[in-house]
Write a protein that binds this ligand. Structure first.
Ligand code: NDP
Length: 401
């Protein structure tokens, strides 16, 4: 029975809070805070209607360490679950240290003025969390998050040694809009337009964004084009599993999405440096976010499925073996249960499960940790029980590309 403070009232925050409310034995009291209280109140109403649970709401600017620490001191949670934006990772970690509370997030820190994703900034907090006897769990979404736990499950149960690991993220959903992103547009576009990078034989191999395409036949979705991309779990998996010779991340994109993105990039709308417009500075990508549909508004119109998983090749009992661990999630089912589409659902559910691991003491440590550092089994059990069941398939051999 524990009090939790969730920061961020977007699609992911909404799912996480609904799922927490469905598990009152673990989350005895929930406070949801965000930049705008009205958004928290709307989620609180939905939680009440769907589960009968009443949650508290509050307004906070999580860029402000003092204000966030003051809110934590007032609410007195055992854990802060950060589901706002990656820009706030460090300020919320600072506030947790100030208030003496554990921390969890779903995405690694990024500076606003540079599309650079790396764990270095957050790993640098390890000693401070350790000295304070506190725990920070990084990346408890789907990818990073579940894909990292799939990797540790494969290592624990399916392969004695992993040689290659491919993470495949397919969103086969259709939201009926000309162009929209399934999670925060600013973060999504920064990620997709970054150069591709994968880990091979102990070093990073970089290439132009979206330049390497392959076709893959995803169960329950069908054949899709997927593109080699950089994704943050590659960095932590390369660190924690040095035996893996090659780690790659692939994401599917439709032709219409890529065409829109190309035009937006060509006309300068994805720039993150300031430009002067009518006498004031604006960031084109932030302006673009303001005119695009909010991801949390896509739920009612989205149908289809997501299929995200890990394909690993390595050795088991002296024989080469390839295994595929994956989850299929249905957009309409996710919407019916929580009022949000599957991309928010597949992130919000693991955020709830990561929080449950910490609050029940199943995962415990002092310092800053990534998901693959803990026993995968209790997390995998909760995925099955809370809406993200997974499957294991043996493949004939490694991916031929
Ligand atoms: P949204 O943009 O929908 O929601 C973000 C929320 O945070 C909004 O309510 C926003 O407020 C609030 N917020 C923004 N800045 C502040 C601030 N300074 N102080 C307080 N609140 C603030 O994003 P999503 O819900 O789609 O995503 C949430 C997080 O999950 C992101 O970090 C994203 O990168 C991550 N993510 C991780 C995934 C994974 O698999 N690991 C996959 C998808 C997302 P307002 O409404 O006022 O703007």
């Amino acid at each position: 029975m524990s009090k939790v403070l969730v920061i961020g009232a977007g699609g992911v925050g909404s799912v996480a809070v609904h799922k927490m409310a469905m598990n009152p034995g673990i989350f005895s009291h929930i406070t949801l805070a965000s930049r705008r209280k009205a958004k928290c109140d709307a989620i609180a109403e939905s939680v009440k209607a769907r589960t009968g649970v009443v949650i508290d709401t509050a307004e906070v600017d999580a860029d402000d360490v003092e204000a966030t620490a003051a809110l934590i001191a007032r609410v007195q949670p055992k854990l802060v679950v950060h589901l706002a934006l990656p820009y706030q990772d460090l300020s919320i970690m600072e506030a947790c240290l100030k208030a003496g509370v554990d921390y969890l997030d779903t995405a690694n820190y990024e500076p606003r003025d540079e599309a650079k994703f790396e764990y270095g900034w957050q790993w640098a907090y390890h000693d401070r969390f350790k000295e304070a006897g506190l725990m920070a769990l990084l990346g408890s979404g789907f990818d990073p998050g579940v894909t990292s736990v799939f990797a540790s499950y494969i290592k624990k149960h399916l392969l004695d040694r992993i040689d290659t690991l491919d993470i495949l993220d397919c969103n086969g959903g259709d939201h009926g809009q000309h162009f929209a992103t399934n999670f925060n547009p600013e973060i999504n576009i920064r990620e997709v337009t970054a150069p591709s990078r994968h880990w091979a034989d102990g070093e990073w191999v970089e290439g132009p964004a979206l330049s390497h395409k392959q076709v893959f036949d995803f169960e329950a979705v069908g054949e899709k084009n997927m593109y080699l991309m950089y994704h943050e779990e590659l960095e932590s998996l390369a660190k924690h599993y040095p035996e893996i010779k090659r780690i790659r991340f692939w994401m599917t994109f439709g032709d219409a999405y890529l065409k829109h993105l190309e035009v937006l990039q060509n006309v300068g709308m994805t720039r993150i440096d300031p430009v002067i417009y009518e006498g004031r500075e604006i960031i084109p990508l932030q302006f673009l976010k303001a005119v695009l549909p909010e991801p949390s508004s896509l739920g009612p119109t989205t149908h289809g499925k997501t299929n995200i998983g890990d394909i690993a090749t390595g050795e088991k009992d002296g024989e080469q073996k390839t295994v595929y661990v994956y989850n299929i999630c249905d957009h309409e089912d996710a919407y019916e249960e929580t009022g949000n589409q599957a991309v928010s659902y597949t992130t919000g559910v693991p955020a709830m499960i990561g929080a449950a691991m910490m609050l029940t003491g199943k995962w415990r440590g002092e310092g800053v940790f990534n998901m693959e550092q803990f026993d995968p089994d209790p997390f995998m059990d909760m995925l099955n029980d809370h809406g993200l069941p997974w499957q294991v398939k043996e493949l004939d051999g490694p991916l031929q590309f």
